[in-house]
Structures are given as structure tokens and as C-alpha cells.
Design a protein around this ligand. Structure first.
Ligand SMILES: *Cc1c(COP(=O)(O)O)cnc(C)c1O
Length: 400
């Protein structure tokens, strides 16, 4: 049967398409199968312990993750969004403050700024890399600016040297949104450890993913770490003694135990992602799909492998009809989202972000993706985009 996500071609009714190999966008089951024997005892340990929230597994994960990031402290929370929210609060961000970030990001980056009561001020991105433009940042600084949130988009670090320089000159904090950038490096320094605080997500599809929700902050400032520890658990220093108005943002022990197992594999998985990105770069050469720029002073970890392609939506449908799942990160900038109309921005305010939103396409990338699957994706691009009424008739030829 040619159901959605199967090997077949939904809606085309083409016989023969169903035995083409399918290329899923992501295959979390393949990853699980490769570490099942390590995950099972880790989960059993938590179940036997009876301690299901925070506790020794989460504390051990915090130590291991901080060291892996090259930072002093890590504080584990229940999502990347919670990490951003607490990071902003720990930097003293509140009503009346402005926080500068980009429109070309996942909505959580901007949402967290509003959770903290501050006003999100958006600046455009570099058209090549898709990360915050340091020049646009400089122009947006006002006396009310309290913090800057650069996003390490798709796993590539933002241009941190000029961003940190602007922050230092104006006395504002830098909170890195490293939700997509575990282990990414900028001039040899790991994402999360460059600003005042780095925020990570362990949503299942991220490069380091829990079996559920999870997140963490890393910081070199022990006072910030101590404050965030209080805030994630009701501002409680001793039981039922609440020093601050806090939140229930604690990490589950099962997630901590599973993340410890996965962290041991992450460097290998990152190498595998980078190898696959290298192969895509080679096999896509000369096709309509041009990869986003990888800056030479940065180690991209390819959470997302994004290409720019004209007629993106037609390509996406064509690839889907041939069993290749893709994503679009992101089709609409936050400034044009219906929910964020009240920020007062309009179409045309951020030309680089808007051009990217129109043309980006995310190709399947994960450590278990095979060469044959990648060649299949590239082969479709090389064959070209048939005009819409010729999709059916060229499908057989495109599948060799
Ligand atoms: C995933 C993501 C977040 C939010 O993380 P959650 O764990 O889903 O709350 C924030 N920013 C970016 C850039 C992300 O990709």
C-alpha cells in the first residue's frame, strides 16, 4: 500500500514506484537499534531506583555535558524552550527590556523572550549562512537592549566574534540558542560556551535527543548556574521554602540516564553527519540545489542539511512522489507568523530571511543515512524538475 511515509508515491497511483527505496527525513528507530543494549540497563536503573525526577542520573549528565561543551556548569531542564526562558530570567531580563534575535529561527527563540516579559527585537540574517548579521545587530542596539540571542542555525555557529564584541561594547548579555548545535565549534570553541549562557534542546530529533522532552543550559558563571537551579524547581532552596517565583522545569531521571548513554556516541554521530554533508556537497554539484554556505572558521554539525532551490515547493512534492521525505526550516519568518503580528513587522523588513524562507529545503540527514539513499536524492535533482503534468511520465526514467 502506498500510505504516507511508505516507499510508494502518495497520490500518484504510479505502479512500480512502490519498490523504489524510500528515504525518510529522519530514522530514530535505526539509532535506537544501534544502542538498545546500552539504553535498556540505563532505563532499568532508574526504574529500580524509584527516583524519577532530577537525582543522581541527571546530576551525572549535567557534569558530563558541561565537560563535553567545555563549560563550567550545566543545568538540565525539561525543554530547550525552558532553558531559553530561564537563561533570560537569570540575566535579569524582564518587562521594559529589549532582546535582539533573528526572525529566521524556530518560534521558541522569540517566544521565550516574551515569556520573560521583554520585547523581541528582530534583525536580519547573513544571506549565505542564515545566521545573525553582526552589522544588523549593531544597528539595532538601544539603551533598552538587555541581551542578544544568536541562533546557531541548522548546526552552524553564528559569527560569534563580532557579536560578542558588540555585546561587550554595549554591556549586554549573550545567550546562545544552541538547540541545533551540540558540539558545533567556532574558531575551536564549542557552541554554548562562548556567551554568558548556552541553551540546548534534547527534543528527540535534535542531534542529541532524549526519548521525550529535555533541555539544558551551560554557563561559566556559578552565580547564574545557582540561580537557574533554583528557578527550574519552584525557586525552592529548602523544601517548601520559596526564595524566588520559580517553575516546574525539571528534567526526568529517565531522560538524564538515556542522554548519558547517547552523549557517549555523539562525537561519532556528528562525524557521520559531517561525512554525509560532504557527500551531499559533492553529489549535488551542478544541480539546482545549492547548499547553504559553511563558513571556514566553523565546525557545522548539520542538525539540518539545507539547500536553496528555486521552485522549492514543486521540488518538495516531486521528491515526496519518489519516496524522499524533506522538511522546510522555516517556511515563514517569525516576523510574518500570524501569532507574532503584534511585534509590528511586515513583509520586506528582513529580505535575507524572507528569501531563505522561500527557497530553503532540508534534505534527509542522520548518521545511519546510506550512500545509496543520498545518491538517490542527488539523482532526482540531477534529472531536473519535470513540469507538473510530466511528473508521472518521467517518474520511471528518474528511478533508473
Ligand atoms: C528545538 C529548538 C528550540 C526549542 O527546543 P524545545 O526543546 O523544543 O523546547 C529552540 N530554538 C531552536 C533554534 C530550536 O531548534
Amino acid at each position: 500500500m502506498t500510505g504516507r511515509g511508505s516507499a510508494g508515491a502518495p497520490g500518484t497511483g504510479q505502479p512500480g514506484l512502490s519498490d523504489e527505496p524510500s528515504v525518510p527525513y529522519l530514522d530514530l528507530r535505526a539509532q535506537y537499534r544501534s544502542i538498545r543494549d546500552e539504553v535498556a540497563p540505563a532505563v532499568a536503573r532508574v526504574l529500580e531506583s524509584g527516583q524519577f525526577v532530577l537525582g543522581p542520573e541527571v546530576e551525572a549528565f549535567e557534569r558530563e555535558f558541561a565537560a563535553w561543551c567545555g563549560s563550567r556548569d550545566a543545568v538540565a531542564v525539561n525543554s530547550g524552550t525552558s532553558a531559553l526562558h530561564l537563561a533570560l530570567l537569570a540575566c535579569g531580563v524582564g518587562p521594559g527590556d529589549e532582546v535582539i534575535t533573528v526572525p529566521f529561527t524556530f518560534v521558541a527563540t522569540v517566544a521565550a523572550i516574551e515569556y520573560a516579559g521583554a520585547r523581541p527585537v528582530l534583525v536580519d540574517v547573513d544571506p549565505g549562512c542564515g545566521t545573525m548579521s553582526p552589522e544588523a545587530l549593531e544597528r539595532a542596539i538601544t539603551p533598552r537592549t538587555k541581551a542578544i540571542v544568536p541562533v546557531h542555525l541548522f548546526g552552524q555557529p553564528a559569527d560569534m566574534a563580532p557579536i560578542l564584541d558588540v555585546a561587550r561594547r554595549h554591556g549586554v548579555r549573550v545567550i546562545e540558542d544552541a538547540a541545533q548545535a551540540h558540539g558545533a565549534e567556532y574558531r575551536g570553541r564549542r557552541c554554548g560556551a562562548m556567551g554568558d549562557i548556552g541553551c540546548f534542546s534534547f527534543y528527540p530529533g535534535k542531534n542529541l535527543g532524549a526519548c521525550g522532552e529535555g533541555g539544558a543550559l551551560v554557563t561559566g558563571d556559578p552565580a547564574i548556574a545557582a540561580r537557574v537551579r533554583l528557578l527550574r524547581s519552584w525557586g525552592e532552596e529548602r523544601r517548601y521554602e520559596h526564595l524566588h517565583k520559580g517553575f516546574n522545569y525539571r528534567m526526568d531521571a529517565i531522560q538524564g540516564a538515556i542522554l548519558r548513554v547517547k552523549l557517549r556516541h555523539l562525537d561519532g554521530w556528528t562525524d557521520a553527519r559531517r561525512e554525509r554533508a560532504g557527500r551531499y556537497g559533492r553529489v549535488l554539484t551542478g544541480t539546482a540545489a545549492s547548499p547553504l554556505r559553511e563558513a571556514p572558521d566553523r565546525r557545522h554539525v548539520f542538525h539540518i542539511y539545507a539547500v536553496r532551490v528555486p521552485h522549492r515547493d514543486a521540488w518538495r512534492a516531486h521528491l515526496a512522489a519518489h519516496g524522499v521525505q524533506t522538511g522546510v526550516h522555516y517556511p515563514i519568518g517569525v516576523h510574518e507568523q500570524p501569532a507574532y503580528r503584534d511585534l509590528g513587522y511586515r513583509h520586506g523588513d528582513f529580505p535575507a530571511s524572507e528569501a531563505l524562507a522561500d527557497e530553503v529545503l532540508s534534505l534527509p540527514i542522520f548518521p545511519e543515512l546510506t550512500d545509496a539513499q543520498m545518491d538517490r536524492v542527488a539523482g532526482l535533482f540531477r534529472a531536473g524538475l519535470p513540469s507538473r503534468d510530466r511528473v508521472g511520465e518521467t517518474a520511471g526514467a528518474a528511478s533508473r
